[in-house]
Design a protein around this ligand. Structure first.
Ligand code: 3PG
Length: 370
C-alpha cells in the first residue's frame, strides 16, 4: 500500500500542521503512562521533531478513551500535555474551545480530547471543517485509530492536503510483510469475536496457531475437553459453533492448552499451566515469524501472569521476528523490561488486528497514493 508522504514542498517554515497522533494511553492517578520507549507517546516524538525542524507550527490532536461526545474532566488530555512538555523540554499548551495560541515556527500545542465533541465519532464534516480551519496541512501519524471512520482521521482529509507520518508508513510496511515461514500466530484474550478476522485471514498462512486466555477455553469446550471451570462468563453459545468450525478448518495446526490454572471457587481460568508453557516455548524456538495478540491469562492477577510472562520471554529471546501490539501488551512488556526483544511493537491494538485481517482502514484509505 503506497501512502502519500510530505516533503519540503508541502511543509515550510510557518506552515500550520494538524498532526493527528494516538495519545490514547492509560491515565493512572492523574498521570499519563507513556509505556516506555515503544509506547505511543514516545513513538509520536520523531515526527514532531521532523516537523519542528521544518519550522512547522504544530497542532497536536488526539482522542483519549471514550467520553461519548461530552466533556469529561477525567478524560482531559492535560496529563498527556505534561508528558509531552517533559519529553520535548518545551511548553505544550492545552487548547480548549479551538482557541489555539499564536504559535511561532517550531512551537506546538495540544488540542483537548477530540471526542469531547460528538462530531468526531460521527465523522461529521462540519466538525472536520472546524478542525481543518486551524491548519494548512494535515498529517496523520495515529496508526492506532486508522480503523475508525472519525472526523479527525477521515473527514478532515477532504479539507486539507493530507499526508501519512513516518510511524504509519513504518507500521504499514512491517505489517504487510508479516508472514515469513515458519510462521506462528499466538492469540489470547477473551473474546473470539474480536479475533475472528485475524484467524480467518492469517490462520491459513500460519504453520502453528497457539491459543491461550479465555479464547483457548472456548476452543477446548468446542473440542469437548472436560474443563475445570465451564462455561466462562464471556463465553457465548455462538462462539462454540464458530470455534467448532475453526477446529475443523485448522485442527492440525492449532495448539490448545493441555493444562490450565483454574480457580473454580472464583469461577475463572487464571492462566495456562506449566506443561502448556513448555509446549508453547518449544514451538516459539522453531519459528521465524511470530504475531502475538492478547494475554494468555489474566495478567492483572499475580496467579494469572506466569504463562504470558514465560511465553513473552521466550519470544523476546527467540531468533524469530516478533510482532505484537495493543496498549495492554506494551505496558506488560515494558513493566517486565521485555520490549527490546520484539521486532515491531505496533501502536495499534484494534487497528493492527484490522490491518492484519486484510480490512480496508478508513484512515489509511484516505491517505492512499493514487
Ligand atoms: C486504541 O487504543 O486501540 C486506539 O487508540 C483506538 O481507540 P478506540 O478503540 O477507543 O477507538
Amino acid at each position: 500500500m503506497q501512502l502519500r508522504t510530505w516533503t519540503s514542498k508541502d511543509i515550510k517554515a510557518g506552515t500550520r500542521v494538524f498532526l493527528r497522533i494516538d495519545a490514547n494511553v492509560p491515565i493512572k492517578t492523574g498521570k499519563a503512562q507513556d509505556g516506555g520507549a515503544l509506547g505511543r507517546i514516545s513513538q509520536a516524538l520523531p515526527e514532531i521533531e521532523r516537523l519542528r525542524k521544518r519550522g512547522a507550527r504544530i497542532l497536536l490532536a488526539s482522542h483519549l478513551g471514550d467520553p461519548g461526545g461530552k466533556l469529561d474532566k477525567q478524560l482531559s488530555l492535560a496529563p498527556v500535555a505534561k508528558v509531552f512538555e517533559h519529553r520535548l523540554k518545551r511548553q505544550v499548551p492545552l487548547v480548549r474551545d479551538f482557541q489555539a495560541p499564536e504559535l511561532k515556527p517550531g512551537e506546538l500545542c495540544l488540542l483537548e480530547n477530540l471526542r469531547f465533541d460528538a462530531g468526531e465519532e460521527k465523522n461529521s464534516d462540519s466538525y472536520a471543517w472546524k478542525l481543518a480551519k486551524l491548519a494548512d496541512v494535515y498529517v496523520n501519524n495515529a496508526f492506532g485509530v486508522c480503523h475508525r471512520r472519525h472526523a479527525s482521521v477521515h473527514a478532515i482529509t477532504r479539507h486539507l492536503p493530507s499526508f501519512a507520518g513516518e510511524l504509519i508508513v513504518r507500521e504499514v510496511a512491517v505489517l504487510t510483510q508479516a508472514t515469513t515461514k515458519p510462521f506462528v500466530l499466538i492469540m489470547g484474550g477473551s473474546k473470539l469475536e474480536t479475533k475472528l478476522g485475524i484467524l480467518n485471514k492469517l490462520g491459513p498462512k500460519a504453520d502453528k496457531i497457539l491459543l491461550g486466555g479465555g479464547l483457548a477455553v472456548t476452543f477446548l469446550a468446542a473440542a469437548e475437553v472436560e474443563l475445570p471451570v465451564y462455561p466462562l462468563p464471556l463465553m457465548q453459545t455462538h462462539d462454540l459453533t464458530v470455534a467448532r468450525k475453526l477446529l475443523r478448518q485448522f485442527g492440525h495446526k492449532l495448539v490448545l492448552p493441555s493444562d490450565l490454572i483454574a480457580k473454580p471457587k472464583q469461577h475463572l481460568v487464571a492462566d495456562i499451566g506449566p506443561e502448556t508453557r513448555d509446549a508453547f516455548t518449544g514451538v516459539i524456538a522453531k519459528a521465524k515469524m511470530i504475531i502475538w495478540n492478547g494475554p494468555l491469562g489474566i495478567i492483572e492477577r499475580s496467579d494469572g501472569m506466569a504463562g504470558t510472562l514465560a511465553v513473552a520471554k521466550a519470544m523476546s529471546k527467540s531468533r524469530a521476528q516478533v510482532i505484537t501490539g495493543g496498549g495492554e501488551t506494551v505496558e506488560f512488556l515494558d513493566q517486565h523490561k521485555l520490549l527490546k526483544g520484539f521486532t515491531h511493537v505496533s501502536t495499534g491494538g484494534g487497528a493492527m488486528l484490522a490491518f492484519l485481517s486484510g480490512e480496508h482502514l478508513p484512515g489509511l484509505e484516505a491517505l492512499r497514493r493514487v
